[in-house]
Design a protein around this ligand. Structure first.
Ligand code: ZN
Length: 164
């Protein structure tokens, strides 16, 4: 398959499925409107089908496509961070944040940095949060205090209870 930078290849069965779903939902909406108005759905369907427009396909893994991500902050789990959900072309915020975007992080919340470390026992790369103001280290899942960061020595000490 030949591809160029302005096109995103989509498997045809996915596209066909998406189109069929959109058409079925549109049909249901038109039937609903016609029923509410006490009219036949046929002429209304004919009228709404006249106007069509092109759809942009955007690869959200492409870093230059950040403009298509929601710029609002949101509380995801226990952490407030940029929302980054896809947005409609030309909009800055997703449908959830369009009415009331949070354009800056809440200043009363403590600022945490994500720290990646290598666990020598398990051989895994793990993540913890560091509060740079206090050098306290927290679990990324529970936000429990699990250790301390030594700023001078650049070392991470995890408490015994947090290692199980
Ligand atoms: Zn959003």
């Amino acid at each position: 398959m030949e591809s160029n930078t302005s096109q995103l290849p989509v498997p045809s069965f996915i596209w066909d499925s998406l189109m069929a779903t959109m058409k079925a939902q549109s049909r249901r909406l038109v039937d609903d409107i016609a029923k509410t108005l006490g009219q036949e759905p046929g002429p209304l369907w004919k009228e709404v089908s006249k106007q069509q427009f092109g759809v942009y396909l955007v690869d959200m893994n492409e870093p230059t496509n950040e403009v298509f991500q929601c710029q609002s902050y949101c509380v995801c789990g226990q952490v407030e961070r940029p929302c980054k959900k896809p947005v409609v072309f030309g909009k800055k915020y997703c449908s959830e944040h369009l009415q009331k975007p949070q354009i800056r992080p809440t200043i009363t919340l403590q600022k945490l940095r994500l720290i990646k470390y290598y666990d020598e026992e398990t051989g895994d790369v793990k993540l913890v949060y560091l509060n740079p103001a206090t050098n306290e280290v927290f679990s990324t899942e529970t936000l429990d205090l699990v250790g301390e960061w030594n700023h001078q020595e650049k070392t991470l000490a995890l408490f015994e209870t947090s290692l199980n």
